[in-house]
Design a protein around this ligand. Structure first.
Ligand code: ATP
Ligand code: MG
Length: 184
């Protein structure tokens, strides 16, 4: 397999996909500013257009499974909600600095569970670790102490997205392929 094929998602016409919450551009800018305050030096801060919250990472997906995912995603029932990003934290081993909700809203948990089930029904294996909702703001960064954010960020969440990732030397490039409105 060529390294180009690998970067696209494992070769064989597969794409590297994930479900995510994708903030509006103004919110991405606000989160990028927050990232600059949290990580003042060192590390690789994400550019605003890359900032997101991963719901379910799918890995390499072929066309048939993608069609299955899109069909089941359209059937997901979870109401719109507000996400209050009120905590900062770090995954020190991964050298990631993030912000996230102190409390996971029920509709977010429901959405994540429904998409994980959809992935399984489409024959995809997903992460078995518990869902820890977070928005990565910097990679290869020294950890910040976990704690409440002085100015929490409100994120009105009205839809979710299927996103393609293309790995590149400077960091992944993401493309939102499709969005579905949240509905109960
Ligand atoms: P890079 O891998 O170049 O550092 P990235 O991790 O942002 O960039 P991807 O690996 O394509 O790009 O991941 C896309 C999203 O899915 C990111 O939010 C990433 O944190 C998340 N992710 C990647 N792998 C997994 C995994 N095995 N389990 C859960 N989430 C994952
Ligand atoms: Mg990665």
């Amino acid at each position: 397999m060529s390294s180009a094929a690998e970067a696209e998602g494992g070769g064989g016409g597969r794409e590297r996909l994930f479900f995510a919450l994708w903030p509006a551009p103004a919110l991405q800018e606000a989160l990028a500013r927050l990232g600059r305050r949290l990580v003042r030096k060192g590390g690789r801060r994400l550019p605003p257009e890359a900032i997101h919250l991963t719901l379910v990472f799918l890995g390499p997906v072929d066309a048939a499974r993608r069609a299955c995912l899109e069909r089941l995603a359209g059937e997901v029932l979870a109401p719109p909600f507000e996400l209050l990003l009120d905590r900062a934290g770090a995954f020190p081993r991964a050298r990631v600095v993030w912000v996230g909700p102190g409390v996971t809203p029920q509709p977010l948990a429901r959405l994540e569970a429904a998409l994980r089930e959809a992935a399984a029904r489409c024959g995809l294996e997903t992460d078995t670790r518990p869902f820890v909702p977070h928005v990565t703001l910097a990679r290869r960064a020294a950890p910040v102490p976990a704690g409440p954010l002085p100015e929490p960020v409100r994120w009105p969440v009205a839809d979710f997205a299927l996103v393609r990732s293309r790995l590149r030397p400077g960091g992944a490039g993401y493309e939102v392929l499709r969005r579905w409105p949240l509905r109960a």
